[in-house]
Design a protein around this ligand. Sequence first.
Ligand SMILES: Cc1cc2nc3c(=O)[nH]c(=O)nc-3n(C[C@H](O)[C@H](O)[C@H](O)COP(=O)(O)OP(=O)(O)OC[C@H]3O[C@@H](n4cnc5c(N)ncnc54)[C@H](O)[C@@H]3O)c2cc1C
Length: 504
Amino acid sequence: MKVENKNLLPVITSENDVYPYLKKINQFPILTDEEEKKLAIDWLEHGDTKAAQKLVTSHLRLVAKIAMGYKGYGLPLFDLISEGNLGLIQAIRKFDPDKGFRLATYAIWWIRASIQEYVLHSWSLVKIGTTAAQKKLFFNLRRLRNQLKKYEEGYLTNDQIKSISEDLGVTENEVKQMEGRVFNKDFSLNTPLNDENDSEWIDQVEDETINTAKKIEENDVLDKRKALYNQAVKKLEPRELEKLIKINNEVQLEQISAEFNSKLNILPIGNFSNLLIKDRGHLGLAVKLTGNFSKITANKDFLLVGAGVLDHFFSQYCYRNKISGYEFLHTIPGSIGGNIFMNAGCYGNEIKDKLISVIYYDIKRSKICEIRRQDINFDYRKGFQNPNTIILYGKFKIEIGDQAVIKNTMKENEFKRNLTQPQKVNCCGSIFKNPSNQNAWKLIKTSLDDSFYTGPIKLSLKHSNFFENDPNISADLIENFIKTIQKKVEEKHNITLEKELQII
Ligand SMILES: Cc1cc2nc3c(=O)[nH]c(=O)nc-3n(C[C@H](O)[C@H](O)[C@H](O)COP(=O)(O)OP(=O)(O)OC[C@H]3O[C@@H](n4cnc5c(N)ncnc54)[C@H](O)[C@@H]3O)c2cc1C
């Protein structure tokens, strides 16, 4: 077990770690009311991450205690604890010490919610509880069933079903269905195929998540980004000169090359995570890659990854196949095409370091070409940006690693990201690139007053180089906001910040 990382947060990676982890977290001091308040203010008002860490470590015991209460669902305790820890971080982000409650009182709800979501998600491939009543039923059925069936085996009788339905305010049918699901748990895809080898049933199932763009877009985790994406796409459709087309394969690409060669302005789009379309719309043709371009194919020496594959899915794929080095993509909300264009990176990794070559479509020559990584002029947040090209695939290196380490790195990245950046809000990632040897967020923070941190478009209190915006705000207002920040930083520090966000 990795008991301490450099941030002094204990990390738990397997069931064997549980006991040493519990021992370790017991050593963190419990905070007094005053200490807690001061740390919360230091974190909320001054972004002091050390203060946030102390708030986290002093409440890890609470998370472990709550997680123990969910052991009966047959899930690994270390996973329950990890999920609870994510809930704790959310609570710390939202905690307002001026409301007069202790953090523990407030955090309990977040921790429970996070663990319950994980339990629900893990228990059935068919969602077990989508409404509040169903969730209540799921989490109380076991207890009530145990009370009623203390001395007998078998299914609930009609009277027992009636009694539970009245108790929990749900229909008898819902109780029956839930009993069927909970006590005839889904067959696990991780069940070994047979005793002789390591294969699991999951290995035999076609991985649709990476094969179809539709599946990818449907994933829960990306719902928020999907909403933003759809909103942005709408801007590309209403006027005659603005058109969005989806291209599924190389044949289609050839077929529409004539249209490309008319004077239309072509804009390839990825997952819209770093792209802002001005209110006038894009005067040209926007291209979205799906189908073949949303697939990952493993070859002997490289992975061929479609430009339309989302980062999150690529990193999950690598985790499942024990391929290391792509953990950093787990928390970036882009696509492989966007990554190659931007040279996306975080936590000391950049996409360029993993690339072997890029396969792209040369619009002017109507030709598919390949360029080696060493022939591309990569720089910080500047990738393969040749005009008139559409990135189709990246060829990536394969390095086999330890699956537990890969998972741990992904979780650590998620943990860091939750702690330091706004989540689940409308935002476009970093607004500006970091100038050399400087942090854009620090330059912004020291140049602007509090008025920039409120209103329908505002800087994030967690990270001054991120803005959060009301979903209906116009792109032009956002652009003006960005220009004002740029001007203020120039006045204060005599430095012109370069935009990372692509405004078209
Ligand atoms: C919350 C949040 C956190 C983020 N964190 C990070 C981070 O840690 N590190 C980081 O590097 N970035 C980060 N980003 C920014 C963004 O996710 C990355 O830049 C990502 O690589 C963009 O990918 P995309 O598919 O969304 O591209 P889009 O936003 O759709 O497009 C970005 C640019 O790439 C071009 N492009 C997209 N696909 C293609 C293609 N197939 N061919 C040619 N050009 C193409 C577009 O024309 C556009 O100019 C973050 C963004 C958000 C919202």
